[in-house]
Design a binder for this molecule. Structure first.
Ligand code: FES
Ligand SMILES: [Fe+2]
Length: 465
C-alpha cells in the first residue's frame, strides 16, 4: 500500500485507508532494528531538565533511544549531551546516575574527558602512543543539535533535523502547560525528586499510543477510581473544571504529536481544585486566578495526556510529568518518568504533590500499574504466528476530525475531534502511526517536513461535525 500517495513502506503494515495496523510493527525484531535508525537517530528526543544540572560540572546520565548519554554542564557553564561511550574501546565513561565532576575518567584504560567532551588525559601517551595519537579528534561524541526550551533539554543526532521549535510546531502550547508555572509564568517548572525508572515487557509504541490520547480505556482504571486516589480523595484527577470544559482530541498531522485537551469556557471563574488543606487549596486558587489573566489561550486550557513524536509523553495537569519510553528491544521498554512542580511553590504544596504523584504514577502508582498490565499482556498475546496474522483496529472516529476547529472564541491547531459526546476516538493513534510510517519510509527531512498527507488519506477526509 502507499501512505497517501507516497512511496510504499512495507505494504499493508500501516493502512490508514482501512484503519488497520499490522501487529508486526510492534513485535518484529527487524522493524525494531530499522526504527532505531530511521526514527530514533533522526528525531528530537527529550534528555532532561536544566534544574538537574544547575552548577558547572553537574551531570545527569540520560538515554536517547537505546543509547546512554551524558547531559552535562561544562565548567564554562555550557550544556552538552555526549554519547556515554569511550572513544578507545567503547566503555561507559560514566556509570553514575548523576553528580558533579571535573573530568569523566573511563574505568577501562583510564582515558579522561573534560566536561566539554575534550579528551584531556591518555595514560602512557608518551611511552605507548609515542605522542602520535591525535587527541583533538578523540573527544566524546556529541549530539548534532541541542535545544533548551523553558528549561527542558532536547537533542538530536541528525544535523539535518529541523530546529526543535519547528519540529515541535504548534504543539508548543501543550508542552508549555508542563514547563510554565501553574500561574502561567514562563518556565517556572523544576524537577521534583529523582527520575523513576523501570522496565516493562512490551514494545515502546504501546505506551506511546496510550498517551497519545486513549480516552477509551477508562474501564481499566475502574478500581482506582473507586479507591479515590485523587488530590482531594475522590476519583483520580478530581478537579471540578472538567465538568464545564470541552474535551478534545488534537492531532498535528505534519508532526506526529497529539494530545487530549480540555478547553474552558471564556467566562469560567477559577475554582479551587485541591482541597486537602486550606494552604494547598489557596495556592492553586491563586495560581488559577493569575493564569487566567495572562494573554494567549493557555489560560483556558487544561492539559491532559499527550505524546511528542516519537517517545516523549506529557501529562501537564497533576500529576505533572514527562515520561520517556526508551526502546530496549522489540519486546521491552524502559520507562523514565520525570515529575515537575512550580519552583517557588511553598514546601507544603510540594510535599502534597509528591504524595499524590507517587500514589498515581510510576511503577508503584495505582493508575500506572493498570496501564502496564494492559500493555504487557497485549504485547505477549500479539507475538505468536497466528496472532501476527491479524491486524489491530484503529477505526474509531475515522473521517470525523475537523481542521480550523474553533469553540467559544478559541482556535485550535491541527485536526480536532470533539469528545464531548463522542467520548473517544482513535484519531491520535492514527496520527502517531502515520508519522511513524513516514519516518520509516522517508529518506530525507525535506520529505518529512513537506508530507502533509493524513488529511487527504482515503477514508479520512474531513467531515463537519
Ligand atoms: S575503553 Fe576507555 S580507555 Fe579504553
Ligand atoms: Fe491509563
Amino acid at each position: 500500500m502507499t501512505i497517501s500517495g507516497t512511496r510504499a513502506y512495507r505494504p499493508g503494515l500501516v493502512d490508514l485507508a482501512s484503519g488497520l495496523i499490522s501487529r508486526e510493527i510492534f513485535v518484529s525484531e527487524d522493524i525494531y532494528a530499522q526504527e532505531q535508525e530511521r526514527v530514533f537517530a533522526r528525531s528530537w528526543l527529550f534528555v532532561g531538565h536544566e534544574s538537574q544540572i544547575p552548577n558547572p560540572g553537574d551531570f545527569f546520565v540520560s538515554r536517547m533511544g537505546e543509547e546512554s548519554v551524558i547531559l552535562c554542564r561544562s565548567r564554562a557553564g555550557n550544556v552538552h549531551v555526549f554519547l556515554n561511550s569511550c572513544r578507545h574501546r567503547g566503555m561507559k565513561v560514566c556509570r553514575y546516575d548523576d553528580g558533579n565532576t571535573v573530568v569523566f575518567t573511563c574505568p577501562y584504560h583510564g582515558w579522561s574527558y573534560s566536561t566539554d567532551g575534550a579528551l584531556v588525559g591518555v595514560p602512557y601517551f608518551r611511552e605507548a602512543y609515542r605522542t602520535e595519537l591525535d587527541r583533538s579528534k578523540m573527544g566524546l561524541v556529541e549530539v548534532a543539535q541541542l535545544y533548551s526550551y523553558k528549561g527542558s533539554i532536547w537533542a538530536s543526532w541528525d544535523p539535518a533535523a529541523p530546529p526543535f521549535l519547528e519540529y515541535l510546531g504548534e504543539f508548543r502550547r501543550f508542552l508549555d502547560l508542563i514547563l510554565d508555572g501553574w500561574d502561567g509564568r514562563e518556565g517556572q517548572a523544576e524537577l521534583l525528586g529523582g527520575v523513576q525508572k523501570w522496565i516493562i515487557p512490551c514494545n515502546w509504541k504501546f505506551p506511546a499510543e496510550n498517551f497519545s490520547g486513549d480516552t477509551y480505556h477508562n474501564i481499566s482504571h475502574r478500581s482506582v477510581d473507586l479507591v479515590g486516589a485523587g488530590p482531594s480523595g475522590r476519583s483520580r484527577r478530581d478537579y471540578s473544571e472538567l465538568n464545564v470544559a470541552r474535551k478534545l482530541h488534537v492531532a498535528l498531522p505534519d508532526r506526529g504529536h497529539q494530545t487530549i485537551t480540555y478547553v474552558l469556557p471564556k467566562d469560567h471563574e477559577p475554582q479551587p481544585a485541591y482541597q486537602n488543606s486550606p494552604e494547598v487549596a489557596e495556592y492553586f486558587r491563586h495560581c488559577e486566578e493569575e493564569r487566567r489573566k495572562r494573554p494567549g489561550i493557555n489560560g483556558r486550557m487544561i492539559g491532559a495526556p499527550g505524546e511528542i513524536f516519537p517517545n516523549t509523553a506529557l501529562l501537564p495537569r497533576q500529576p505533572r510529568t514527562l515520561a520517556v519510553w526508551h526502546p530496549v528491544s522489540a519486546h521491552q521498554t524502559e520507562v523514565w518518568r520525570f515529575f515537575f512542580v512550580d519552583r517557588d511553590a511553598p514546601r507544603v504544596v510540594k510535599n502534597f504533590l509528591r504524595d499524590y504523584y507517587i500514589r498515581y504514577s510510576g511503577p508503584a502508582g495505582m493508575t500506572e500499574q493498570d496501564d502496564m498490565e494492559n500493555w504487557s499482556y497485549a504485547h505477549a498475546a500479539s507475538r505468536g504466528v497466528i496472532a501476527r496474522r491479524h491486524p489491530y483496529t484503529y477505526q474509531m472516529g475515522m473521517g470525523h476530525a475537523v481542521e480550523n476547529y474553533e469553540w467559544d472564541g478559541l482556535k485550535l491547531p491541527g485536526r480536532v475531534i470533539d469528545l464531548t459526546r463522542a467520548v473517544a476516538s482513535e484519531e491520535p493513534m492514527r496520527n502517531l502511526y502515520h508519522r511513524w510510517a513516514q519516518f520509516m519510509e522517508a529518506n530525507s527531512w525535506d520529505e518529512l517536513m513537506t508530507w502533509r498527507n493524513q488529511a487527504n488519506a482515503p477514508g479520512n477526509a474531513q467531515a463537519a461535525q
